[in-house]
Ligand binder design. Structure first.
Ligand code: PEP
Ligand code: MN
Length: 649
């Protein structure tokens, strides 16, 4: 049963309640949710819920109607996010906003085979490495795996590329041989109902991928998960891998309808193994994509560098090139279902081209959108003082992905303009990329000019190119020329480049006059922004390493950004903002964005200033207290960063 505790329950009452339940042979688990704290109590003997409901400190009791208890949504409303650290200080999260791709061969066959596979799947975007060392084969004469040696090889290969490893356990006797090397245990389809194995693996407390049995119903599968959960692990990942039906064209029948069903029944994450489901290499990628479209938290795929020579499951193993394409396709598909792909951060970057610097003193890389001369490039110059190598990219999303992957150290992204308003894309990107933090901000004065090719004049112009924000910022100037066509470009820098390339005196661009340095252009008019007080605020993003409150090395921190969702109840936003006021934090911005897939629910972004009259510790403590208090009145509270905001001229 689920026992919802009163909000202000004293510790003594909590202890008494726990003792009472344990005396009645209940296993009690305290779960602090976003809205309420509950006791999940699971026991063999029944007890009348009314007996519990009258105890001090109890708000209400909800009996769990399902045979599986700890696995049920009734027991835990919030999704379980399984965290698996790698050896580079990054945590791979399964069940969160990001989609995980796990890949590797069916079996570990040799060190060379495993290292080669790990290199290819890591480069393509896998975040965990799979490989069986103890293989449950249908025939006793088939390759049974390398055993202990195989697990060691798997771990060595995973470590070389920052990939935690997943491997199947077939007998509890193997735990001593495996435990030091395994990050995530896999319980195979054939062992889904090996209850003794489930209990022993559950006791280890490590994450477990639980494959669906060959002919298991969803309920039987969740009951198997219950064995793991009730034995001690909280981290169970369900894996749909196809079930046996009368259809013989595929190895099994992939039951994608299980995904939305499982989602509603349990809080546990669910991934899909299209390889064992279809059993035919060319049919695997479409089903991997379908799994993502159906809402899976990830996929686990078999990949082999030489599948024709594979000792097991060669026919269903993807060639590395096929796997690379599959990951690229998932990358494109994921945003359609409101998600992004998870990637391992690459710390070992190549030194920048055309210089001989070594890795240690290689320049830091800052990504931005737009070409040479873009306003973001000026912002980088201002903040990094020429110390950063600028990496131009084509979209804001690509900047976030590149920083998240570690291919760039920082990203410079516009977040709002004083005349045109918010850059909504980037607010959304900040939410989607959970492992990105704001580490700095700069406000840049934007001075637009009208640029064209030599020989042009105001009278020859017919078409004006600019970023969509450029036009409203120059609305007054443009209203004097109502006959001009407005054409959108990716950035103001691209607009200038296009005009230069086209070479026609009919075209002009709204951009910075810096662009004349890079292109054969002239300035037709300067300062054409409607209001000279035209500013764009850029934020500097970086990958989040560890505790976001660990920022006391910068004495200049003066700003913090938060994101949160309010509960759907009267006064929810009012109370949340009250928390900021109580900490004497001056809120300088509040922006609301609709939550994807949840009509009429909103996320709020708030910026607050931190008084430089206070010590750095006091500033951080104020935010810490506010974040803790905010968690009482709001949901999904996330600190985006505490940082130094500067103003450029
Ligand atoms: C495997 O992952 O290699 C495997 C044997 O899978 P399943 O248990 O789903 O058949
Ligand atoms: Mn296999």
């Amino acid at each position: 049963m689920v026992i919802v505790l009163k909000k202000d329950i004293p510790q003594q009452e909590k202890d008494n309640l726990k003792q009472f339940l344990e005396k009645n042979h209940f296993h009690v688990n305290e779960i602090a949710g976003e809205e309420e704290t509950i006791f999940g109590a699971v026991g063999k003997l029944g007890i009348d819920p009314r007996e519990v409901e009258i105890l001090p400190g109890v708000e209400r009791v909800i009996p769990i109607s399902k045979p599986y208890k700890m696995a049920s949504r009734e027991y835990k409303k919030d999704n379980t996010v399984v965290c698996v650290p790698n050896n580079q200080g990054q945590t791979i999260k399964i069940g969160g906003q990001r989609i995980v791709v796990i890949a590797g061969p069916c079996a570990v066959e040799s060190r060379e085979q495993m290292m080669a596979a790990a290199e290819r799947v890591a480069a393509a975007g896998a975040v965990m490495l799979r490989g069986g060392a103890f293989k449950p084969r249908t025939s006793p004469y088939a390759f049974q795996g390398l055993g202990e040696e195989g697990v060691k090889i798997l771990k060595e290969a995973g470590n070389a590329y920052g990939l935690p490893v997943v491997t199947e356990i077939v007998s509890a006797d193997h735990i001593p041989l495996m435990n030091d090397y395994v990050d995530v245990y896999q319980i195979g389809a054939r062992n889904m109902q090996n209850f003794e194995l489930l209990k022993r693996v559950g006791e280890l407390g490590k994450p477990v991928i639980l494959k669906r049995g060959l002919s298991a119903t969803i309920e039987e599968w969740l009951m198997a998960a219950e064995y793991l959960l009730s034995s001690g692990t909280e981290d169970v990942i369900l894996c749909e891998r196809g079930i046996r039906t009368y259809e013989k064209m595929t190895r099994n029948t992939l039951d994608l309808s299980a995904i939305p069903i499982v989602r509603s029944l349990t809080h546990l994450p669910i991934i899909v193994d299209p390889s064992h489901a279809v059993g035919i290499r060319d049919k695997v990628p479409p089903m991997g994509l379908a799994a993502v479209a159906a809402g899976a938290d990830g996929i686990i795929v078999e990949v082999h560098c030489n599948p024709d020579k594979a000792l097991s499951d060669g026919a269903q193993s993807l060639y590395p090139e096929q796997f690379e394409k599959l990951v690229r396709d998932i990358d494109v598909l994921a945003p359609v279902v409101g998600r992004e792909i998870f990637r391992i951060r690459r710390t070992a970057r190549k030194a920048p081209a055309q210089n001989t610097q070594t890795q240690e003193n290689a320049k830091i890389i800052c990504a931005y959108s737009g070409g040479r001369g873009a306003y973001a490039e000026q912002a980088i110059m201002h903040c990094f003082d020429g110390e950063a190598e600028e990496l131009p990219l084509n979209s804001f999303r690509e900047i976030f992905q590149t920083v998240s992957d570690g291919r760039a150290d920082y990203g410079m992204v516009p977040i709002e303009n004083s005349l045109a308003g918010s850059v909504y894309d980037n607010y959304d990107n900040l939410v989607r990329f959970e492992d990105i933090a704001i580490v700095g901000a700069v406000t840049l004065r934007i001075e637009h000019s009208l640029l064209s090719v030599p020989g042009a004049s105001i009278d020859t112009i017919r078409n004006v190119y600019s970023h969509p924000h450029g036009f409203p910022q120059c609305a007054q100037f443009l209203s004097q020329h109502p006959q001009w066509n407005h054409i959108d470009s990716v950035s103001t820098a691209t607009a200038a480049q296009t005009v230069a390339e086209k070479g026609s005196t009919e075209n002009a661009a709204i951009a910075s006059d810096i662009m004349v340095k890079y292109n054969d252009l002239i300035v037709l008019a300067q300062g054409i922004e409607s209001n000279p007080r035209n500013y764009t605020r850029f934020v500097i993003i970086a990958a989040q390493h560890g505790d976001p409150f660990d920022c006391d090395t910068d004495p200049h921190i003066n700003k913090a950004s938060l994101v949160f969702t309010t509960k759907n109840e009267p006064g929810a936003l009012y109370r949340s903002l009250g928390v900021l006021q109580q900490q004497n934090l001056n809120m300088t911005r509040l922006e609301s964005r609709p939550i994807q897939g949840q009509p009429w629910r909103y996320m709020f972004y708030a910026d607050v200033t931190l008084s430089e009259d206070k010590t750095v510790k006091e500033r951080i403590d104020a935010i810490k207290t506010a974040v803790a208090a905010l968690k009482e009145s709001a949901e999904d509270v996330r600190l985006l960063g505490i940082y130094h905001e500067r103003t450029a001229g």
